[in-house]
Design a protein around this ligand. Structure first.
Ligand SMILES: NC(=O)c1ccc[n+]([C@@H]2O[C@H](COP(=O)([O-])OP(=O)(O)OC[C@H]3O[C@@H](n4cnc5c(N)ncnc54)[C@H](O)[C@@H]3O)[C@@H](O)[C@H]2O)c1
Length: 353
């Protein structure tokens, strides 16, 4: 297995808003840098009292940046014994679409951590590393086929045991106008991206409810919030996945009173896996991500034992807010500033299914 390099920033370097915010927040939370910057600014003030006040505020902020993380670490040690919430050796993780892209990057991290992993994919799992051979099993499975899913779920239970984590990751896109798509293409996009999630959840959730532990992950997209021309079927499935995730999270907590079962959903922008080949949202506001960008965030959420909503890159955090604005404003932001109407014109990703 390739060595895993998690030292790179989650959102790639370059002149983009994420890089600027990364350096700005590093400066703001560094006791020394924040003190020096604010003190330098205070010199521009006119009155001595104002200078003193700002200087005192800078010292207070710097002190807080030393004390607060220290107290946080101490509390973590005291309450959690410094250990991770999840013991990977006792986790059995089902990952759909684990043979490529985001799924593959996630599987690598799960194996390295010690989890046992079931990979469901229509393409063979590409990793051959003797160190991990006992930890994973590949199941050739078209997740749109309910009979196959049922059969494979039974095999996983027999081979590895009851799944404790399920990652609904596999997804496809057909980048065509709705009227240019064949009936089969429409069905296939809906079946892979959405219907399969119902099948898989219905197979693996019951054992999680019984054990009163588990974690279910869905990979949505920024288009879970913003519809895009030439990808209406894909966007519709990603919007539906968001609501499925939300309904299920509430259903499990309120009707089964199983708050211990966690739910994580990711809303990524474009990732350079080839799925959306040719697409460029403009590198400043929506820098293109790597598959490990999302995999690392999902892995961290699983490891923390706490469900999360992952928005990447940073501007994706604004999408739920944009949806609440008047239609005209939404259009201006998405179409004029974000180039949403023509984003798919250059699409050259996977199209044949
Ligand atoms: N690539 C992007 O720009 C992007 C952006 C936002 C969200 N996403 C989402 O992230 C997830 C992962 O995407 P990716 O870019 O890693 O894609 P990818 O094409 O690199 O990998 C997807 C995997 O799913 C598998 N798969 C496809 N159909 C299947 C089926 N019927 N049964 C079983 N496996 C099947 C493929 O064989 C492949 O291994 C998807 O849900 C996708 O919609 C991707």
């Amino acid at each position: 297995m390739d060595s895993i390099d998690d030292s790179k920033p989650v959102v790639p370097h370059g002149f983009n808003i994420d890089t600027i915010m990364r350096y700005a927040s590093r400066a703001a939370y560094s006791p020394l840098a924040s003190y020096l910057i604010v003190n330098a600014l205070s010199r521009r003030l006119k009155t001595a009292t104002a200078k003193d006040k700002l200087s005192a505020a800078a010292a207070l902020w710097a002190a807080a940046n030393v004390v607060v993380p220290g107290v946080g670490k101490l509390a973590g040690r005291l309450f959690y014994g410094g250990k991770k919430a999840v013991q990977w050796q006792s986790e059995i993780v089902v990952v759909t679409g684990g043979s490529n892209g985001v799924g593959l990057e996630l599987v690598k991290r799960l194996l390295k951590a010690g989890a046992r992993v079931a990979i469901l994919d229509v393409h063979a799992f590409p990793i051959d590393d003797a160190r991990y051979n006992d930890q994973w099993k590949y199941y050739s499975c078209d997740i749109t086929n309910l009979e196959q899913v049922k059969e494979v779920a039974g095999q996983i239970r027999a081979d590895l045991g009851d799944a404790t984590m399920l990652v609904n990751n596999a997804g496809i896109v057909v980048g065509k106008l709705l009227l240019d798509m064949s009936d089969r293409e429409v069905d296939k996009v809906v079946d892979v991206n959405l219907t399969s999630q119902f099948h898989l959840i219905r197979q693996f959730l019951p054992a999680m409810l019984k054990a009163k532990r588990g974690h279910i992950v869905s990979i949505g997209s920024i288009v879970s919030f913003v519809g895009t021309p030439q990808a209406s079927t894909y966007c519709a499935t990603k919007g539906a996945v968001r609501i499925l995730h939300e309904s299920l999270r509430r259903e499990v907590a309120s009707r089964y009173e199983a708050n211990s079962i966690q739910f994580t959903i990711a809303f990524p922008g474009v990732i350079n896996t080839g799925l959306f080949g040719g697409l460029d949202l403009g590198s400043f506001l929506f820098p293109t991500l790597r598959p490990d960008s999302i995999a690392r965030k999902v892995f961290a959420a699983l490891g923390s034992g706490k469900g999360e909503e992952i928005f990447l890159p940073t501007m994706a955090n604004l999408l739920p807010i944009i949806n609440t604005l008047p239609l005209g404003v939404q259009s201006t932001i998405c179409d004029v500033l974000g180039g949403n109407n023509n984003a798919m014109s250059s699409f050259s990703g996977h199209t044949k299914y």
